[in-house]
Design a protein around this ligand. Sequence first.
Ligand code: FAD
Length: 381
Amino acid sequence: MALKTDFCCFSGVEIYPGKGVGFVRAESQIYSNLSFQDNARATFPSPSLRNWRSHLKYDSRILCMALQQQTDRHKVAVKPLELEDAKEPPLNLYKPKEPYTATIVSVERIVGPKAPGETCHIVIDHGGNVPYWEGQSYGVIPPGENPKKPGAPHNVRLYSIASTRYGDSFDGKTGSLCVRRAVYYDPETGKEDPSKKGVCSNFLCDSKPGEKIQLTGPSGKVMLLPDDPKATHIMIATGTGVAPFRGYLRRMFMESVPTYQFRGLAWLFLGVANSDSLLYDDEFTTYLRDHPDNFRYDRALSREQKNKSGGKMYVQDKIEEYSDEIFKLLDGGAHIYFCGLKGMMPGIQDTLKRVAEQRGENWEEKLSQLRKNKQWHVEVY
Ligand code: FAD
């Protein structure tokens, strides 16, 4: 028989009704027999429903320790922890004139066969020499000559880093990118024209393990995570715009970093064309299963789902659906981040403005306040 708790708090462990951490079961009278069924779900012995509060009180310390162990067991140790020490993020350690020569570790197509276009996850070995913080970007100089400046190299292309500072190998030596291959379709014939394909994205998606790559950066401060581990983060992504958020979420839920133990709320809205185009969905659904009190994940699949007016479901339709909660969270100091193609912003801004007006609020004033409070973070390209 399952027993759901009210809200309780023991030595810093919060217990919410009916969700993950605080889900307590009445099973046996042997207190030492405390066990866990799955992540963050405690099987707690209690002889009767009437007494469960006192049992929680007496055993709270065991429960807390065990819950902590349970959470940590699912987290990955990272190194070197000195990467936490700096007070400021690394910036422009390598410039276009003197880029760092890094090595491709892997290139993996991460969308299904029905996705329009191709997106790849690319792991790059920088040997620990081009450190970065979550939310920053790397620059890539593709090989070859700049067609606009004969004899000169190509211009730098920026890519949001999709891993944490520890990289996908958790040792601080790699950085990952999430790259969509830019292709060109002739508007008249509708056929692909390979002579006009994107230079850098195709170079990256076609590269092979062991190949060299010229890196600049890291750059960008707009998308850095605030220090507060209790903060609320509302993340709005379209397509590869999910890259910085993958980094944030790995830091929050996958890695064991003693000085950053996330206890806030992270809410990801991801807009893509269809379910085959979802990016890092396995990681995100695992966080949802393991951290239901700290993570929310909403997907807008424009070619598969309909909005309430029967049109395509875009990320702004999801924002509208949850606008009351989003506005309340913003009023409470939440950070909101936008990342993806430039074209996403007008629709989102229109929706936010409309919702603000329905609530009797002035959107321009609210927006300038959010900017002033450093709650508003935009990186679109
Ligand atoms: P380019 O060679 O620069 O070409 C640009 C476009 O023009 C392509 O679509 C190409 O097909 C088209 N084109 C080429 N020739 C012609 C022609 N003759 N006529 C008409 N069209 C033509 N991208 C990501 O995929 N992932 C990210 O995480 C990411 N993060 C970014 C972060 C920031 C801060 C910024 C500014 C950009 C980011 N980008 C990201 C975009 C990225 O920097 C590149 O702009 C993108 O990959 C295209 O570069 P490319 O070299 O492949 O295309």
